[in-house]
Write a protein that binds this ligand. Structure first.
Ligand code: SF4
Length: 97
């Protein structure tokens, strides 16, 4: 299992203040916001979820995370950190990221 960046541990328990970057009319699925996506990484890293292809693939749907991270209160580049973690998972599983 690739190491989990500290940014993802923090993001996993953060209440998504960065969602304001989406604007008032935007309503993406809650699961696509940064914190739940980071929490998926945390759950995988801690062995609470298996790294099955469907879960790993969901870590590549980062459009909403990319918009939100522009207002990350910590200045994290969460999309890049999630993508790096997912690439590590894929490399360990022996298939392309
Ligand atoms: S991207 Fe930053 S502000 Fe948004 S949920 Fe994660 S840690 Fe919190």
């Amino acid at each position: 299992m690739p190491p989990l960046p500290e940014s993802l541990r923090i993001c996993a328990v953060c209440p998504n203040p960065c969602r304001s970057a989406l604007g008032a009319g935007a309503a993406p699925p809650e699961s696509r916001l940064p914190s739940p996506t980071a929490y998926l990484c945390y759950a995988l890293a801690e062995g609470h979820l298996p790294p099955v292809p469907e879960i790993v693939a969901s870590l590549r749907d980062l459009d909403t995370v990319r918009v939100c991270q522009e207002r990350c209160v910590y200045g994290y580049r969460i999309a890049e950190d999630i993508a790096g973690f997912a690439a590590g998972l894929s490399a360990e599983a022996g298939h392309a990221a």
